[in-house]
Design a protein around this ligand. Structure first.
Ligand code: GLC
Length: 458
């Protein structure tokens, strides 16, 4: 165990020196990924602005560069579609990314922003959290001005989520593509994709020669080992689904009449509940009212989230939208109701037990994105096992709000230790701590800064 693990035991000067060094290294990563007005997730593999990545970046930056933290958020808001959606990718307009923009063709939707190429779907609503984290660093007059400047667009975004993504008015919003969950290849997403929109010919990728051919067409494999990313068949299924959504001009209500893929993701909806509470905090601070229509929906979500609890398994799951069936595959998303903060203390305690259990999420370098006992578990493949810093951060935040301070501290130290030892990578082997995915990854750096500050301010 490194020195970082002793930080909380007491103010040992070398421990806080190590923290300081870690913060400086993290700032260097973020500043290296900064590109006039926003920060890219990782210069080679992800060269465009990405919605929830930028929210995490803003949270990290709020500690040391408030102006750039604000710019990060403003750049996202400037890409908001006229219907309120905030797209999950805002493309660089460099010529070399012509095909990235063409694959999405956001201009097929009349709601898209003219002259700005984006994706046509969204991502977990972390924006309210980013805005509030920035606000809390500002003196009151500046905080009020900041909140007032963003409130109308933020509430329009939340309103879009309910109007377009909750047509049955249940309180839970639907994701139309695994990319919307941010946990792209996690077992609930892929198993649902396999069940609903997986053409049988995709299985030809089981033939090694065809699989090799697929490799040669992929760009991501040039940056990261093939075994650490989505498989060729998964990747192609994701693109086929994108094509189907684009064909319907990204119009949610049209797509939902006969969806190829539609889930009420447990993680996304947990984040939405927290976001609604933070939106409310903003409204109270500036003495504004939430739009009436939004007020009507918001109250339902926490009750609806409880309906995703499975009594037999004592676990939360995502749900398939058309059949209303729970997708009984455990993943890190099953722990995310801790971040929502509205489930009962008893259920929160059950999640903490699962989090510490050696057959579930209790590993050497926590928290794995899939429990080790799952048949999906892989030590290095993307969202099917590795440990990610953003999901740790969300769960740490939830643990604190439920009063599980000891567990939150253990996870904070374990996360910082892992990054300190292995570097600012995208994800990590939960058994050995070996780094995987993209290096110099922005949200790993940003959230390291935030976690380090949470220890410093003790
Ligand atoms: C991966 C992640 C997604 C993230 C993106 C950019 O696709 O699954 O959540 O936003 O990379 O970092």
């Amino acid at each position: 165990m490194s020195d970082l693990n002793h930080i909380d035991n007491k103010p040992r000067p070398e421990a806080s020196e190590n923290l300081k060094k870690l913060i400086i290294r993290a700032q260097r990563v973020l500043d290296g990924n900064y590109q006039s007005g926003h920060t890219v997730p990782s210069a080679g593999l992800y060269p465009h602005q990405v919605l929830w990545d930028s929210c995490f970046v803003a949270i990290g930056r709020s500690h040391y560069d408030i102006e750039r933290a604000k710019l990060e958020v403003i750049s996202l808001l400037n890409a908001q579609w006229s219907d309120g959606m905030i797209p999950h990718i805002i493309f660089s307009n460099e010529r070399r990314y012509f095909w990235d923009r063409q694959i999405w063709r956001s201009w097929v939707s009349p709601a898209s922003v003219k002259g700005l190429a984006t994706s046509g779907i969204s991502q977990p609503p972390m924006l309210a959290e980013a805005i509030v984290r920035i606000g809390r660093q500002l003196p009151l007059p500046k905080r009020l001005a900041w909140y007032k400047s963003v409130f109308p667009r933020l509430s329009a975004y939340h309103l879009w989520l309910y109007k377009e993504r909750d047509p049955r008015s249940e309180g839970l919003v639907v994701q139309l593509h695994p990319w919307e969950t941010g946990l792209d290849t996690s077992p609930p997403c892929i198993s649902e994709l396999q069940a609903s929109s997986w053409p049988s010919w995709l299985n030809i990728f089981d033939i090694p020669l065809i699989d090799k051919l697929g490799d040669s067409l992929r760009v991501d494999n040039k940056f990261v080992n093939k075994g650490e990313r989505a498989s060729n068949s998964e990747a192609l299924a994701l693109y086929i689904l994108l094509h189907r959504i684009r064909h319907r001009k990204y119009d949610s209500l049209t797509i939902l009449k006969n969806p190829s893929f539609a889930i009420q993701d447990i993680s996304y909806n947990s984040i939405l509940i927290r976001a609604n509470n933070l939106l409310d905090e903003i409204a109270v601070t500036i003495r504004a009212n939430l739009p009436k229509e939004l007020q009507r929906h918001v109250g339902k979500t926490s009750r609806a989230l409880d309906s995703l609890w499975d009594n037999d398994d004592s676990a939360f799951y995502s749900r398939e939208y058309t059949s209303n069936k729970l997708i009984k595959e455990l993943s890190i998303g099953s722990l995310m109701p801790l971040y929502a903060g509205t489930i009962s203390h008893e259920r929160a305690a059950a999640l903490v037990k699962m989090l510490e259990d050696k057959d579930n999420f209790g590993v050497q370098f926590p928290l794995p994105s899939v429990p080790t006992s799952s048949h999906w578990f892989s030590r290095d493949r993307y969202w099917q096992g590795p440990t990610w810093v953003n999901t740790n951060w969300l769960i740490i935040d939830g643990l604190k709000r439920y009063g599980f301070h000891a567990q939150a501290r253990v996870l904070t130290l374990a996360t910082l230790d892992l990054v300190n030892k292995s570097g600012f990578y995208e994800y990590f082997d939960p058994k050995s701590g070996t780094a995987h995915g993209a290096n110099n990854f922005s949200w790993t750096a940003a959230l390291t800064i935030d976690l380090a500050y949470s220890l410093k301010s003790k």
